[in-house]
Design a protein. Structure first.
Length: 266
């Protein structure tokens, strides 16, 4: 697994926040949390396998693993990380997040948010939830969507994602994308699902809605112009898709302004 699909429009429910130290009792751990997401901020070198996909842990990397995934850690000695175990809602638009990525220049702020959540938990749960929610949004934006293709499992997936990002405003079909990526329709469907846990059509829809929400919240473009810019020029269809995927009409989203539930980070 390379990518997790998370819904971040609702605040998370926290089950645990802490600092874990692994390694001294054994160099390998294999486990799964059936009902909980895992958010980890690492301070060590190790190897991580998520549902059979291998990743490298380095200091300053952060991982977000969905419920039910089998994780295998191979430690190289005493290993300390900040962790949050949480539940996410299902409302709003889906957001594609790399399973593991570098926090880069956001490391200090992300560390501060998680440490503040740790200090607040469990005595001030609302503060802990606020810090973790902010951290999740920060993690979701560390790697721009157009660059996440570099983490894809197959070059055809990278080519497909690049084409989708470049042509969101145009009509797109899976056979057309597959042809451009040099594979068959069925093969691309399988590769895309393996790399992102999402269908090609679902990914296109999610990216169009993410872009639509940004334009509605952050620009004064007319609603017809926004609809056309995300490849859904039929206003009735655009309105219906916004209500289904974003939870409100285009006018409602725009009127909400910086309301976090509709325009997070706005």
């Amino acid at each position: 697994m390379h990518t997790a699909i998370a819904h971040l429009d609702e605040p998370p429910t926290i089950a645990a926040v802490g600092i874990a130290v692994h390694g001294p009792a054994g160099r390998v751990e294999v486990f799964s949390l059936p009902d909980l997401w895992q958010l980890h901020l690492y301070g060590y070198d190790a190897d991580l396998t998520v549902d059979g996909t291998q990743h490298t842990i380095r200091p300053g990397r952060v991982s977000l693993v969905p419920p039910g995934s089998e994780v295998r850690y191979r430690y190289r000695g005493p290993s300390e990380h900040l962790y949050v175990h949480l539940r996410l809602g299902t409302g709003g638009a889906p957001t594609s997040v790399p399973v593991i990525q570098s926090a880069g220049p956001e490391l200090a702020l992300l560390t501060a948010q998680l440490r503040q959540a740790l200090a607040a938990w469990p005595h001030t749960p609302a503060r802990a939830v606020a810090e973790v929610w902010g951290a999740l949004w920060r993690v979701s934006r560390l790697t721009p969507p157009g660059e996440r293709s570099a983490q894809a499992a197959h070059p055809a997936v990278a080519a497909a994602v690049a084409l989708i990002e470049a042509r969101l405003a145009e009509p797109l079909t899976v056979p057309e994308i597959a042809k451009a990526a040099g594979v068959s329709h069925n093969h691309l469907t399988r590769l895309f699902r393996a790399a992102t846990d999402e269908t090609v059509v679902g990914y296109i829809r999610a990216r169009r809605m993410e872009r639509a929400r940004h334009f509605l919240c952050a620009t004064t473009l007319s609603i017809p112009a926004v609809a056309a810019s995300v490849g859904i020029p039929d206003l009735q269809a655009f309105n219906k898709t916004c209500r289904r995927e974003l939870g409100a009409s285009p006018r409602g989203i725009r009127a909400a302004g910086a309301e976090p539930s509709l325009c997070p980070g706005g």
